[in-house]
Design a protein around this ligand. Structure first.
Ligand code: CO8
Length: 258
């Protein structure tokens, strides 16, 4: 399928979506968000794909929602079209693991999209921020919520109230990103990590993602209960039998995704 603002490719079991609107630093216009949703639909339906990498350019993962497109909106138009909910949440409903490989600016909606992914691998030139306050608005795609859960109230509040950006090293210290790697290695590392995930049992990887995500939606007691039930469910799979047999027989497992 031909897209205008994104590139989609597959490498073995890994799907790669590259935001590709360089003249606007990958500003997230409505069409780009729609294309991203279609790409995720396609990769989700593709049985050969086990993990997805979402990335941008070396200069910008995404510099936010498209300010030029947003500038003329009124309350009533934003409300009636359900601006933000519409389309943007598609990343969070993806059942396959999604890694954000972030280089350069991840600002506003760009930071929010990265945080919708399952984890963020950052290049050493990455910069994260929620500068919406400088435009007379607040973050609208989860920034005040996901950033606060990721880095705690003090840093999130300061960043949202001042628009201050975090560099990659601070983002790693604060727990916003899982790892920082040199810019030149970002895609190799992201793809290597995605391949490792895609090699695991597909159903077990989905169950694992579901269980970690439960930590953000429930109390500890409910989260532990969810994990316990999902752990029990693993024993209904052939891949549990294979994984444990392979360990006992000192060989690599051959998962069948069943
Ligand atoms: N929207 C539209 N166009 C943009 C955006 C953007 N967010 N960011 C950059 N561009 C455009 C510029 O207008 C410029 O275009 P042109 O050449 O036609 O003037 C081009 O990209 C290059 O940008 P700069 O010349 O500014 O590049 P610099 O290297 O000098 O600066 C910066 C890079 C610092 C990233 C700068 O471009 C900047 O500050 N951008 C805006 C960052 C920002 O405020 N982001 C938050 C946007 S609001 C938001 O995301 C709300 C999210 C709510 C949920 C989303 C709902 C859809």
């Amino acid at each position: 399928m031909a897209y205008e603002h994104i590139l989609v490719e597959t490498r073995g079991k890994v799907g790669i979506v590259t935001l590709n609107r360089p003249k606007a630093l990958n500003a997230l216009c409505a069409q780009l968000i729609e294309e991203l949703g279609q790409a995720l639909d396609g990769l989700e339906a593709d049985e050969t794909i086990g993990c997805i990498v979402l990335t941008g350019s070396e200069k910008a993962f995404a510099a936010g929602a498209d300010i030029k497109e947003m500038a003329g909106k009124s309350f009533i138009s934003a409300y009636l079209e359900d601006f933000i909910t519409n389309g943007w949440e598609r990343i969070t409903t993806c059942r396959k693991p999604v890694i954000a490989a972030v280089a350069g600016y991840a600002l506003g909606g760009g930071c929010e999209v990265a945080m919708m992914c399952d984890f963020i691998l950052a290049a050493d030139n990455a910069r994260f921020g929620q500068p919406e306050i400088n435009l007379g608005v607040i973050p609208g795609a989860g920034g005040t919520q996901r950033l606060t859960r990721a880095v705690g109230k003090a840093k999130a509040m300061e960043m949202c109230l001042t628009g201050r950006q975090m560099d990659a090293a601070e983002a790693e210290r604060a727990g916003l990103v899982s790892r920082v790697v040199p810019l030149a290695d970002l895609m190799d590392e992201a793809i290597k990590t995605a391949e490792r995930i895609a090699e695991q049992s597909r159903p077990i990887a989905l169950i694992c993602k579901e269980s970690v995500n439960a930590a953000f939606e429930t109390t500890l007691a409910m989260g532990i209960m969810t994990e316990r039930r999902l752990f029990h469910a693993c024993f209904a799979t052939d891949d549990q039998k294979e994984g444990m047999a392979a360990f006992v027989e000192k060989r690599q497992p051959n998962f069948k995704n069943s």
